[in-house]
Write a protein that binds this ligand. Structure first.
Ligand code: BES
Ligand code: ZN
Ligand code: ZN
Length: 496
């Protein structure tokens, strides 16, 4: 999607549609776009159309009408942002997304003014970023396997008004954020036969090659992982003929602002069949999504050189499918993670935590000072929070606060759940240090988080169980059914 700037007012731009933003205030429609930008005649038609259609500027409400042959713009679309008092930044992002989704393939260009801080408490830079994110993400689709593609693409956005550095910056930021999000989406949506551990590893190497000065990539194969003692990861991997890969990315800034080294650890199960404890057909259908955590890490690293955090960042992914075969782990088997802790496998479908026992321990070994992990870890998190909200766990309240603020600004819903100490004993094993499933099905997202906590050596850590929002079964304003890239924009906010 191309963003162009025009000094002309909206009425003087040749485009398929002009976008007008409106809020609802005490049953009145309040425009964020200056109607004086249009000719008298157009203004009148617009106001009349609002009345006729009893348009109220409710959240998500749109009103389209076509202009006469002689006008430069072919149509005007009024976009409702909802009740003024309830307005939050994400409403603008979602409204732009919903619009792009609707108009993609129907029109090729839109023109708009970036709302300023007069009516909404947003800087023009932030508004510009939100609109760019919405328009780009809303028109996202994964169509590489469709033989028939849409005819026209919404490919040009014309920003009307005096060219300002802050609007440009906002757009650029929106582009970076969505590029990373889309990389993550594409990875999640890709079939498991293509998005293998080797594919993810090659991508990580390609990312690192683009900025040799700041990025390093190291890929461990099975033998190298074995030498490091990654029995837990390799235990899950051994059922599959697909080569497992342990992926490490490292970003070093030009000048470190502090001694921090933030580790981003992503669950990288390229397909989760459940293993010997095989899933049902319905339960397996979306399981190419089980590397969504890895996709967050790769998405973030793909743009990290443009975000330029002032501290070190480590990316870690233990990538393997979880398959069923004669070589699978079976219940009762015991494996040892690189931190020396032994794990009794009681259910091969609780594989993510087993692979992450090694990837988290590895981050500790690499002297991470802070760890954030992303994992489609449990179905239970969806029982607790529904499909849209990530379960956030942390042993450090400052880190939890930071993540919540970053997530709110990114429009990614997260809710903190407790690392309840009294539940630790639920993960007890009779034969090993810990069991990979608890002895109750209640609180399954918490017991899974408590399992991971055994492998972070008390470092400041946050765990994001993204099983709900990472892969959606119904489209939303910011994209279609499938991978969402949820988590990417939160991390980019944290790194900024
Ligand atoms: N990958 C799944 C969790 C999942 C479920 C992600 C649905 C996305 C959508 C995970 O490996 C798993 O199978 N977890 C089990 C754990 C159980 C065996 C303790 C689950 O949640 O049922
Ligand atoms: Zn599983
Ligand atoms: Zn899984």
């Amino acid at each position: 999607m191309q963003f162009e700037f025009s000094a002309n007012s909206l009425g003087k731009i040749s485009t398929d549609a002009v976008l007008v933003f409106a809020l609802k205030e005490r049953k009145e429609v309040k425009f964020l776009t200056d109607l004086k930008s249009f000719e008298k005649k157009t203004q009148e038609t617009l106001l009349k159309a609002i009345k006729t259609a009893s348009f109220k500027a409710k959240r998500g409400e749109t009103l389209n009408f076509y202009l006469e042959e002689d006008s430069l713009a072919k149509a005007i679309v009024v976009l409702g942002l909802g009740e003024r008092n309830d307005f939050v930044a994400d409403d603008l992002r979602r409204a732009a997304g919903a619009l792009a989704k609707k108009l993609h393939h129907k029109i090729a260009s839109v023109a708009l003014e970036i709302p300023d801080g007069k009516e909404i408490t947003l800087s023009q830079k932030d508004s510009a970023q939100l609109i760019a994110e919405g328009l780009i993400l809303g028109s996202y689709e994964f169509n590489k396997y469709k033989t028939e593609k849409g005819e026209r693409d919404l490919s040009t956005v014309i920003i009307s008004g005096a060219k300002s550095a802050s609007v440009k910056e906002g757009i650029e930021r929106g582009k970076v954020y969505t590029e990373a999000t889309i990389l993550a989406r594409d990875l999640v949506n890709e079939q498991a036969a293509v998005a293998t551990p080797t594919y993810l590893a090659n991508l990580a190497e390609d990312i690192a090659k683009k900025d040799k000065k700041h990025l390093k990539c190291k890929i461990l194969n099975k033998e190298e992982a074995r030498k490091l003692g990654m029995e837990a990861f390799l235990g899950i991997a051994k059922a599959s003929e697909t080569e497992p890969k342990f992926i490490v990315l490292e970003y070093t800034p030009d000048k470190s602002l502090n001694s921090e080294k933030l580790a981003l650890v992503g669950k990288g199960i390229t397909f989760d069949s459940g293993g010997i404890n095989v899933k049902t057909g319905d339960g397996m259908i979306d399981m190419k999504c089980d590397m969504s955590g890895a996709a967050v890490v790769l998405g973030v690293f793909s743009v990290i050189s443009r975000i330029k955090p002032g501290f070190k960042v480590l990316g870690v992914v233990a990538a393997t499918p979880n398959m069923i075969s004669g070589k699978s782990l079976v219940p009762g088997d015991v494996v040892k993670a690189i931190n020396g802790k032994t794990i009794e496998i009681l259910n091969t479908d609780a594989e993510g935590r087993v692979t992450m026992a090694d990837s988290l321990s590895f981050a500790v070994k690499e002297k991470a000072t802070k760890i954030i992990d992303f994992a489609t870890l449990t179905g239970a998190v969806m029982i607790a929070l529904g499909t849209d909200i990530t379960g956030l766990f942390s042993n450090n309240q400052d880190l939890a606060r930071e993540i919540k603020d970053a997530a709110f600004a990114a429009g990614e819903k997260m809710w903190e759940l407790p690392l309840e100490k009294d539940y630790k004993e639920l993960n007890k094993s009779e034969v090993a240090d810990i069991a990979n499933i608890p002895n109750t099905r209640y609180g399954g997202t918490i017991t899974a988080a408590l399992f991971l906590e055994e492998f972070i050596a008390n470092k400041p850590w946050a765990h994001l169980d993204i099983a709900g929002p990472a892969f959606i079964s119904k489209s939303n304003d910011l994209g279609p059914k499938g991978g969402t890239g949820h988590g990417v924009r939160t991390v980019l906010n944290l790194l900024s």
